[in-house]
Write a protein that binds this ligand. Structure first.
Ligand SMILES: [Zn+2]
Length: 166
């Protein structure tokens, strides 16, 4: 894992972004906590696993059905699967805190509350997808990345009872 300090990546309020073991950071490298490094280390393992799964599936598909040129798209597979997990969480009920944003308000205030509600469900979908759940659940444990089971994120696909606001 290599940390790369810059001013632009990742976008928005995020501090760190992992791309196959290259971690782009807007936080000065000496200020990145051990916990954040462990969190990103878990993402590195996840991305390598998804890359390996994508490679096996692509090799089989290319052998029988498709052009070998499709293998050039392999590096985007981990991010496509991450995006899929994110959007699945976005679409899946329960839609958190709808009451908190809308209950007891007049129509105009309800309309005004929509962007804040959407920002909340967007953030919840980020925190609740199986890859982030695995990383957040274990970033306090210094041993986790050296002892984690292969494809440990799989155990976090089905939400547990600790899901926020469920
Ligand atoms: Zn993360």
């Amino acid at each position: 894992m290599k940390l790369i300090y810059n001013k632009w990546i990742p976008f928005g309020n995020f501090g760190l972004m992992n791309v196959l073991g290259l971690v782009f950071t807007k936080i000065p490298i000496d200020k990145v906590t051990k916990r954040s490094k462990r969190h990103e280390g878990t993402h590195t393992y996840q991305q390598y696993e998804l890359l390996a799964i994508g490679a096996i599936v692509s090799l089989v598909l290319c052998n029988f059905y498709a052009s070998w040129w499709y293998l050039l798209a392999l590096p985007i597979v981990p991010f496509a699967i991450y995006a899929l997990a994110f959007f699945a969480e976005l679409l899946r009920p329960p839609y958190h805190n709808a009451k908190e944003f809308f209950e007891g308000k007049c129509f105009c205030d309800k309309v005004k509350a929509v962007p804040a509600w959407f920002a909340k469900i967007w953030l919840d979908a980020y925190r609740d997808n199986c890859f982030e759940r695995e990383a957040y659940a274990n970033d306090d444990n210094p041993e986790y990345n050296s002892t984690r089971p292969a494809c440990g994120w799989f155990c976090y696909i089905i939400p547990k009872k600790d899901r926020k606001d469920a």
